[in-house]
Design a protein. Structure first.
Length: 79
């Protein structure tokens, strides 16, 4: 589950880069690839037999923290 959510971090990082760092958005082909990853993650969650909302709460917290960390490191390195 963590790996599936981690695989979705590039799309969130791309959006955060655009919003907070002024980076360009990915190309159309890149968006297609990113959205395919998101679709796979959504299908995984929908078919997860062991779905427990508390567990997903922790995964979402991890997801947001890893995205924030990635964007912050880019900011520090580029400035």
């Amino acid at each position: 589950t963590v790996i599936v959510f981690r695989s979705m971090s590039p799309i969130a990082v791309a959006i955060a880069d655009y919003l907070f760092l002024g980076q360009a958005l990915p190309s159309g082909r890149s968006w297609l690839a990113l959205l395919t990853i998101v679709l796979g993650a959504v299908l995984y969650v929908v078919t997860d037999d062991g779905f427990v909302i508390d567990a997903y709460m922790w995964v979402f917290m991890y997801f947001f923290s890893i995205v924030a960390e990635m964007v912050y490191v880019k900011y520090v390195v580029e400035s």
